[in-house]
Design a protein around this ligand. Structure first.
Ligand code: NCD
Length: 321
């Protein structure tokens, strides 16, 4: 990549070449997760600030573990216990963290555009770990890595995304990423969760509120969580959702026999996905979690290691090459 990645705010702003570069950088870190001793000194002395203004389990732990396995320290903002509760603005909180001199900020916030806003005011790199309903770039990168491993490519696949697409930053980032590699999309869910604007995100995006129709010929099925916490009232009763949209073994048979099933988590078994599918041979759910570590290690490495550290690290971290 000619220019160094300054921030990672969205997939939309990346080129296919930059995405390919990040996925390639993640490869040796995938191998690294199998080492008995999971500690590198690559980012020793560096500090990663984790500013999660919105609840998160896997993404926060994944970034914290990625930083620690690279030898970096972390600074943790706990939104519940922080001055935000006392009325401090987002920018003042971000500037306060910045004044403690971290080398980058990983940020999750319930407002779309929050990471971009902070990045425009701070000198250090900002990584968007999910902003409102806008984007979740590292989730799309780890999904792409998982698909590329299992299928050998991410180009020109038929991708079906099922569920609460309206509220999903994961759907948006995946549409941007896989769309740059010529994938065709079918978006499936209740009509009120299938915004027409999503068709503008790519040339090859169609919507369908019938799951049988949407699954036919799919190479990849991405199942989304029903985000009940974002709804004032359910758009349709949950038992009806289960009946119409749950990914069951019978329905999965309509997709290609080797179709992959992805879910970003947290997964609500028995609601959007049948446990037999979640635990079945086509499910990539746990691989996605492990690949999340590799992608986030690669990203922190690319964004905050200096030239000399990169040269040093090409030793152990890239031994698999
Ligand atoms: C997703 C998120 O928070 O955007 N989860 C995740 O980061 N793995 C999806 C979700 O919350 O449903």
């Amino acid at each position: 990549m000619a220019e160094r990645l300054r921030d990672l705010l969205s997939i939309e702003e990346l080129t296919a070449e930059e995405i390919g570069f990040l996925l390639d950088e993640a490869k040796p870190f995938q191998e690294f997760q199998r080492y008995p001793l999971k500690k590198l000194a690559t980012l020793r002395g560096k500090t990663v600030a984790l500013a999660f203004f919105e609840a998160s389990t896997r993404t926060r732990i994944s970034f914290a573990t990625a930083a620690s396995r690279l030898g970096a320290d972390t600074m943790n903002l706990q939104a519940e216990a922080s001055s935000l509760k006392k009325g401090e603005s987002l920018l003042d909180t971000a500037r306060t963290l910045d004044a403690m001199k971290p080398d980058c900020i990983v940020m999750r916030h319930s407002s779309s555009g929050a990471a971009d806003f902070v990045a425009r005011h701070l000198e250090i790199p900002v990584i968007n770990a999910g902003d409102g309903t806008h984007e979740h770039p590292t989730q799309a990168l780890l999904d792409a890595l998982t698909i590329r491993d299992r299928r050998g490519k991410i180009e020109s696949l038929n991708v079906t995304i099922v569920g609460d697409i309206l509220h999903s930053r994961v759907a948006r980032s995946n549409l941007h990423l896989l769309g740059k590699f010529g994938c065709r999309f079918t978006l499936c869910g209740p009509p009120m969760w299938l915004p027409r604007e999503f068709e503008c995100l790519g040339k090859q995006v169609r919507r369908s509120s019938r799951i049988d129709d949407a699954l036919e010929g799919a190479d990849v099925v991405i199942v989304l969580r029903v985000q009940q916490e974002r709804l004032h009232e359910p758009a349709l009763p949950l038992d009806e959702y289960i009946l119409l949209y749950q990914l069951t073994p019978g329905r999965l048979k309509l997709a290609r026999p080797d179709a992959l099933v992805l879910h970003p988590g947290p997964m609500i078994r028995g609601l959007e996905i049948d446990p037999a599918v979640a635990d079945g041979p086509q499910s990539c759910v746990l691989e996605q979690v492990t690949n999340g570590l590799a992608v986030r290690m690669a990203l922190l490495f690319v964004m905050i290691a200096t030239g000399a550290e990169i040269d040093d690290a090409r030793g152990p971290a890239h031994a698999a090459h």
